[in-house]
Design a protein around this ligand. Structure first.
Ligand SMILES: [Zn+2]
Length: 47
């Protein structure tokens, strides 16, 4: 399968539930680096 994305599709964006801080990581980043709150994957196909 040949797919040409402009960005690395192996990374996902995670957002903190507490402070809305966002991080991009290849895997689950663990607790928020800012407040140690829970992170969730926000890989939604829209801006
Ligand atoms: Zn946070």
């Amino acid at each position: 399968m040949s797919q040409s994305n402009t960005r690395d599709s192996s990374t996902a964006t995670y957002e903190c539930h507490e402070c809305r801080n966002r991080v991009e990581a290849a895997g689950f980043p663990g607790p928020c680096p800012e407040c140690e709150g829970p992170m969730r994957n926000i890989a939604v196909p829209r801006e």
